[in-house]
Design a protein around this ligand. Structure first.
Ligand SMILES: Nc1ncnc2c1ncn2[C@@H]1O[C@H](COP(=O)(O)OP(=O)(O)OP(=O)(O)O)[C@@H](O)[C@H]1O
Length: 251
């Protein structure tokens, strides 16, 4: 993709570290991460289990706080925000998609999609249901709107979760193994859906183990032991997913 020299990155992670302290000891889960994500990118985060992928996403999305370092999103210092302001700010700027969907089981699909709009008051109350239905229609689950999540297939639940992530029209989608619980056909559909959203202007940061979709990604960030081992362009190929110990490339 082309970016002008003056373009400000949509997301900046600067010297980001996370230490977990427990009775079992201290663990440096992330150590000195530097990453800039431009608007319109589809960035995949890959690496072995325990390499720090989810921790990186949780810090980048303000779900968790760094031990040191900075997270800037659209010019805002996320690392400096109070918890009270962070939740609403996050709701407006980030849509988050999880492996296990995390839909509220006692609310209908439409009500789940309306939740971020209710929480952040991004749209007038009288418009929220219509917007939820339009998103669900766009994601091909318009017929499921008034069902409980448990009545939907895994793929349909993930579509509902993506609709919820899109509810506030946030510019960034953060997804932690969104296809990790789906069969291969559904995985393809969901990855194509994310690629389509990027084409429509969204920016996506995704933890994934999916090797077959590297052509969708603008960059592949490989984590190893809490550090960035490599940042590769997709043309570097599936090697971006090679997490073997000595495979280190530099962009
Ligand atoms: N809340 C926590 N308290 C203590 N240690 C944690 C906590 N969360 C994660 N860790 C540890 O930090 C390291 C990085 O974990 P993280 O979940 O980010 O890895 P991951 O690459 O996402 O792994 P996976 O692919 O298995 O989901 C691991 O050693 C993990 O055990």
């Amino acid at each position: 993709m082309t970016t002008s020299a003056a373009a400000r990155p949509l997301m900046v992670l600067r010297d980001l570290s996370k230490r977990y302290d427990s009775s079992a000891g201290s663990l440096m889960a992330l150590d000195g991460i530097n990453l800039e994500v431009q608007a319109g990118e589809f960035v995949a985060v890959v690496g072995k289990s325990g390499s720090g992928k989810s921790t990186l996403l949780n810090l980048a999305s303000g779900i968790d706080t760094p031990s040191s370092g900075e997270v800037w999103i659209d010019g805002a210092a996320v690392h400096g925000m109070r918890q009270s302001e962070l939740a609403r700010w996050r709701g407006r700027h980030l849509g988050i998609v999880f492996q296990f969907f995390q839909l509220l089981p006692t609310l209908t699909v439409a009500e789940n999609v309306m939740l971020p709009m209710d929480f952040c008051a991004t749209y007038p109350a009288r418009q929220r249901r219509a917007r939820a239905l339009a998103l669900l229609e766009q994601l091909d689950i318009g017929a499921q709107t008034d069902k409980l999540p448990s009545a939907l297939s895994g793929g349909q639940q993930q579509r509902a979760a993506i609709a919820r992530a899109l509810a506030n029209d946030a510019p960034i989608l953060v997804a932690d193994e969104p296809t990790g619980n789906l069969d291969s056909d559904t995985t393809r559909q969901i990855m194509q859906l994310f690629a389509g959203l990027v084409e429509q202007g969204k920016t996506v940061l995704m933890v994934t183990h999916e090797r077959d979709f590297s052509e969708y990604f603008t960059r592949v960030v490989t984590l190893a032991d809490g550090r960035i081992g490599s940042i590769g362009a997709p043309r570097d190929g599936v090697a971006g997913f090679d997490t073997s110990a000595n495979r280190v490339r530099h962009a």
